[in-house]
Design a protein around this ligand. Structure first.
Ligand SMILES: C[S@@+](CC[C@H](N)C(=O)[O-])C[C@H]1O[C@@H](n2cnc3c(N)ncnc32)[C@H](O)[C@@H]1O
Length: 301
């Protein structure tokens, strides 16, 4: 392993705003951010609940919590943290050297509402309590283009069932929104479940996700095949990530979907989905992405 990577891995172990495979954190994130904001160092996560703290912190009851999944360098966690100082943001990714970048920027800018979890996304239900998360951004995830790898796509029902365990109102109950925003990024007080945002340059992943939404009867809030051609762009969508900048297939077209996971996702439908997605076409751009994905997997193995 390269020296630079080792330095970054060592650095994030010392960062207060990075937790690696955190234990016993469900329901404690509001307390965590309160302590992070007060510069109490080091943070003893075992003591993070209002009653166990020696000098109890006042917890703002409904500070919205947003996750960026597959965050890489965490451009969304950091960018949203700058935009919404009264809300909290956590980037989740397996790669410590990538998280290091976002966590270093958050430290440098003293963004006390931004943190990172290094872990597999598959383990997220262990970290967040029921209803603890208001929104999820999935930013340029690997499209996992091979049909045989569809289950690894981060919008496959297998993953949506995990997110449902901690996403606000994800169980289908129609709760009053704590902090929903409409597609222009303005707050609204509608009764809605937590929102999932997918931003991708892969038409295949976009159409796959729409198929999932349709088949399982989820609520589609917004979709576009060409985000930057839209007249009224949600300012949050203007945040650009590292992979977006690479524009591997030179398509210059960003696809974006907003939806709720507001229904039970029956396991029996997974077999129907498997058949239904066989027809989704793969264009030349996808082949370039597939090559890039394979090369990256080889390099990282
Ligand atoms: C193509 S990169 C995108 C990174 C970033 N969102 C961007 O747009 O620059 C995909 C990221 O997903 C992460 N990833 C993929 N599968 C994951 C999983 N199951 N658990 C955690 N991270 C995962 C990878 O480590 C990688 O950083």
């Amino acid at each position: 392993m390269g020296q630079k990577k080792l330095i970054k891995f060592a650095a994030i172990k010392e960062y207060e705003n990075v937790l690696e495979y955190p234990q016993d954190m469900q329901g404690k994130w509001a307390a965590f951010f309160e302590v992070l904001g007060k510069n109490s160092s080091p943070i003893d996560t075992a003591k993070l609940n209002t009653s166990a703290l020696t000098s109890p912190v006042e917890i703002t009851p409904s500070k919205a919590l947003t996750l960026e999944l597959a965050c890489g360098r965490g451009e969304y966690a950091v960018g949203l943290g700058r935009m919404f100082p009264d809300q909290n943001f956590i980037g989740v990714d397996l790669k410590g050297n990538r998280i290091w970048k976002g966590a270093s920027i958050a430290n440098k800018e003293a963004l006390k509402n931004v943190a990172f979890v290094r872990s597999q996304i598959e383990l997220t239900p262990n970290y967040f309590a029921n209803d603890e998360v208001n929104e999820i951004w999935i930013t340029f995830p690997d499209p996992q283009l091979r049909w045989s790898k569809a289950k690894k796509r981060l919008t496959h029902p297998k993953f949506l069932r995990l997110y449902q365990q901690f996403l606000f109102g994800g169980d289908g109950s129609n709760k009053e929104s704590r902090n929903n925003r409409n597609v222009s990024g303005e707050s609204n007080n509608a009764t809605e479940a937590g929102i999932v945002h997918l931003k991708t340059d892969s038409p295949l992943l976009y159409h796959f996700t729409l198929k999932v939404i349709e088949l399982y009867g989820l609520t589609l809030l917004y979709k576009t095949e060409n985000l930057y051609a839209e007249a009224n762009i949600d300012p949050r969508c203007l945040i650009k990530t590292y992979y977006e900048g690479l524009d591997i297939a030179q398509s210059n077209k960003i696809h974006y979907i907003q939806f709720n996971i507001d229904k039970v996702l029956p396991l029996e439908l997974d077999a129907v989905l498997k058949e239904a997605i066989k027809d989704i076409p793969m264009d030349a751009g996808e082949l370039l992405r597939m090559e890039a994905e394979a090369a990256r997997e080889k390099k990282e193995a």
